[in-house]
Design a protein around this ligand. Sequence first.
Ligand SMILES: *Cc1c(COP(=O)(O)O)cnc(C)c1O
Length: 409
Amino acid sequence: MYASNDIPFLDLVTPHMELEEELTAVFRRALFTAGFVGGPMVEEFEQAFAAFCDTKSSVALNSGTDALRFAIMACGIEPGNVVVTVPHTFIATTEAISQAGAIPEFVDIDENTYNMSVERLQEYLEQGCTRNGSGRLISKRSQRPVAAIVPVHLYGQIADMDSILRLANQYGLTVIEDACQAHGAEYFSGKLNRWMKAGTMGRAAAFSFYPGKNLGACGEAGAAVTDDPVIVAKIRMLRDHGQAKKYYHDIEGYNGRLDSIQAGLLHVKLAHLAAWNAQRRDRAAEYDRLLAGNDAVTCPYEPSWSRAVYHLYVISTDDRDGMIRHLKEAGIGTGIHYPVPLHLQKAYAHMNYGPQDFPVATRVAGRIVSLPMFPQLRADQQARVADEIYAFTSKTAGSREASEKAVLS
Ligand SMILES: *Cc1c(COP(=O)(O)O)cnc(C)c1O
């Protein structure tokens, strides 16, 4: 437990206390109907979540990782094909690609949004690839055909989808969105001249309902969304042992089904998601205001075409580790999302990437801190976080000046 003055990084208890009656009613319904896997509670949630996302369908699954893996497989990405993504993300993005049988390759991120850099993507497609005899786009790095792009809407902010889709169309690639952190985020498409929800712009998209996400289950859960009924049918087969009819297995599938209890709990919480997202945006604006005068920190950058849902509020600063220690001593919880970019993870040593292959991702990983962010965060708590950040940065600014003077003298 936290001391009364402590500020947690995340509070998952308060929202559940506020919804206690409705949430426990879900348990009773499952217990007394003995519907534990699939069934009406899952189907009701799927319809409600598709409606929330502005997509025709959603398929409820047991995790965001499986949602992305099945979406990639159902979009016809073949084993051995290359799927292009970013190194600044949670490893589930590339696990889903690899476990779908494809090969992840990276392009660097934008230094302001921390999402996929359109310039680097274009460079990869123009200079990192060639065409083979039959006109297929081949990665020079792996000598494999490039089939898809997986942009990640990190921290709840959508990547620059108009530009990514334009390049994808130009090169004949499928786009599958990793929207695991971006439930309800919006993007203004200049091309379509309207705001679009996360998950509506690619062929398919994956969402996670891991407890800490903007919409979180009380356990593991995820969903894939799409407008394409053929993709829906394929994902349903993949999640249920390759069967559309019981015990008639057209393909070998997986056990990727969602529990009815989780679906019911998610359905209750979904009714509050838009309000919670709005509160997160208010909290983010408050941090922006409180930290605006502090030159030692960079606040999140939200382009005019983005309405982020602030799954995380991530600032960057020179002495990140020192700041985290200072905040911890002041009873303030923080996180790092993520401390080691994927191209430098041990799991991907075989890819033979070095720090300079993706210099922005490498640099950002050493500078970022995620501040407390959840809908129930209070303005007085935020003021204390900002005060402690000032206390720390003014101290280190002083010592930096002193050491610069020492060097000069
Ligand atoms: C959480 C997350 C996932 C995976 O979701 P799980 O439900 O934990 O499997 C994938 N990608 C990103 C960017 C995530 O944040």
